[in-house]
Ligand binder design. Structure first.
Ligand code: SF4
Length: 216
């Protein structure tokens, strides 16, 4: 491991431990792992117990190769991001995600005081994160940890949303300039902001923090 990677690992671990303590205080389950490989093994172990698995459109989960690993598993895989789906088919999958056995997603930001901050275009992801699936697993690289909610929103607007708009090929100002213009574009991806301050009582949400950078 390079000195640089070693320093990042150390810093992410320090942030993750503090964040994990506060997430637990906020009634979320938490697990911290060092590597992507450990994260992938853990995610797949949870998938074994589920008949239906929903995918929230997360680059983090995609980086772990979970969808590909489950393709031949016989499970119902609810992934609205697959190519060649019609808008109606995508929405049908998004609806089914709300009641799947296991919903896999990341979070746009994780605060040191144990909150999850997200901004969605459609709202299916943040809906399913808050209530619906039998279980939700939120996978977050150490790069997602920020000091507080304000910085979480800033992180999303400054980096995450413009890069996501670019990745998805949307016609928004930020996808051209890289800078948020608080647009009114029909394809605006910043329509629903949620802050999970504590785990809602009827939901089962676990946060898996990985001490490596993952996702945007
Ligand atoms: S509000 Fe519009 S310009 Fe700003 S980040 Fe969101 S989609 Fe991009």
């Amino acid at each position: 491991m390079s000195k640089r990677d070693e320093l990042y690992r150390w810093h992410y671990r320090a942030l993750a431990e503090k964040c994990a303590k506060n997430l637990e205080k906020n009634r979320f389950s938490v697990k911290v792992v060092d590597t992507k490989e450990e994260a992938r093994d853990y995610v797949l172990s949870l998938c074994r117990e589920a008949s239906s698995v929903g995918f929230g459109g997360s680059l983090t989960v995609a980086e772990l190769g979970i969808f590909a690993a489950l393709k031949e598993s016989g499970k119902e895989l609810l992934n609205h991001g697959l190519p060649d789906l019609s808008p109606e088919e995508r929405n049908e999958i998004r609806r089914k995600q709300q009641s799947c056995d296991l919903f896999l997603t990341s979070t746009n930001a994780l605060t040191l005081d144990g909150k999850l901050v997200n901004i969605d275009g459609t709202g299916n992801r943040v809906n399913a994160m808050a209530f619906g699936p039998g279980r939700t697993l939120v996978v977050a690289g150490g790069n997602k940890i920020v000091l507080d909610v304000e910085r979480g929103i800033k992180r999303i607007k400054d980096y995450v949303a413009p890069m996501n708009a670019k990745r998805l090929g949307y016609d928004t100002p930020c996808a051209k300039t890289g800078i948020c213009a608080d647009c009114s574009s029909p394809q605006r991806i910043c329509n629903v902001t949620t802050i999970l301050e504590k785990c809602p009582p009827a939901s089962r949400i676990e946060v898996l923090i990985v001490c490596e950078p993952l996702g945007l």
